[in-house]
Design a protein around this ligand. Structure first.
Ligand SMILES: C[S@@+](CC[C@H](N)C(=O)[O-])C[C@H]1O[C@@H](n2cnc3c(N)ncnc32)[C@H](O)[C@@H]1O
Length: 291
């Protein structure tokens, strides 16, 4: 047996990173992905870091840090960021907000489009994780537009995490992911086999997926022409400065009259005055004034 190919038996334990090492690591991650880890999150970072060090057979955190700093291609930085992301998501997350989108915002957008003589609707699920959010939005659009074939409808799902996007591409989910899907929609838009739920092709064909980092200036400046942007449960991991940056890119990527939906504990009011804030029953949404 080739000894070099044997798995690394020695478990790596990182407890109590020296503060300068923790801060340097945190700053590198923050500079690339906007994710900000307070000192109180050190234990979380250490646990995720252990997995990367185990993979690379490195036992000394300072050696790992040197490796990260010398990694010009950023391959290891991407691996580390993928360990640090929180990918929790599920279909029909936050039903009242989705109902507000489908019963208040969509009819307005559809009426405005009809009046303008266009039949294009573009929705962006920014930070879509494993895909449940963009597929949920595609199901809602199918339900809201009986004459869907006459429309050009596109739902774009993006995330920084390539592993999450691979799951999104497969569009096959465990029962816990579909627990909040209304039963009639579950029957209509999913098939189940061996306990796995597969999203129907009539839904997946409306969705395209792409790796996009929300604070990458070049990638974000290429995004444009969206009617609605959903960016839920990611800005909580950013600090105000990366939130402001991302919301500025969203503003530019939206069509006039377009909307942004955030997670329930996130808001833009404190960060930027660019959007008009609108209360839709129990939640807020943000619009870019029509010209
Ligand atoms: C908790 S999930 C949110 C999923 C979905 N939007 C929802 O609300 O259910 C947060 C996602 O944000 C992604 N993320 C974190 N930083 C990011 C960045 N800088 N650019 C793009 N996506 C990022 C993570 O990879 C993760 O999949």
């Amino acid at each position: 047996m080739d000894l070099l190919k044997r798995p690394f038996a020695q478990p790596v334990a990182v407890a109590g990173l020296p503060p300068p090492v923790f801060r340097r690591l945190r700053d590198i991650v923050y500079g690339h992905a906007g994710l900000f880890f307070e000192d109180s999150k050190q234990y979380f970072v250490e646990k995720r870091l252990e997995r990367r060090m185990q993979d690379l057979r490195i036992v000394d955190p300072e050696e790992y840090l040197r490796r990260l700093e010398a990694d010009l291609g950023r391959a290891e930085l991407h691996n580390l960021i993928e360990e640090l992301t929180v990918n929790e998501t599920y279909f029909f997350r936050n039903v009242p907000q989705l109902e507000g989108f489908s019963t208040k915002v969509l009819p307005r957008l559809i009426a405005a489009k009809r009046q303008a003589g266009t039949r294009t609707l573009r929705i962006w699920s920014a930070a879509c994780s494993t895909g449940e959010e963009p597929y949920t939005l595609a199901i809602i659009l199918r339900e809201a537009l009986p004459d869907l074939t006459n429309w050009h409808v596109e739902v774009l799902g993006t995330d920084i995490d390539r592993n999450a996007l691979r799951t999104a591409h497969r569009a096959t989910y465990e029962a816990r992911s579909v627990k909040d899907v209304p039963p009639d929609l579950l029957t209509r838009y999913f098939t189940v086999s061996d306990g796995k739920w597969q999203v129907a092709p009539e839904v997946t064909k409306l969705v395209s997926l792409q790796q996009v980092n929300l604070i990458d200036k070049h990638a974000m400046r290429r995004m444009s022409g969206f009617d609605v942007i959903f960016c839920r449960n990611v800005l909580i991991y950013f600090d105000d400065s990366s939130r402001r940056l991302t919301l500025g890119y969203f503003y530019d990527a939206l069509n006039p009259g377009g909307y942004v939906f955030l997670g329930h504990s996130e808001s833009v009011g404190r960060i930027t005055a660019a959007f008009r804030i609108e209360r839709l029953e129990t939640f807020l949404c943000y619009s870019k004034q029509a010209m």
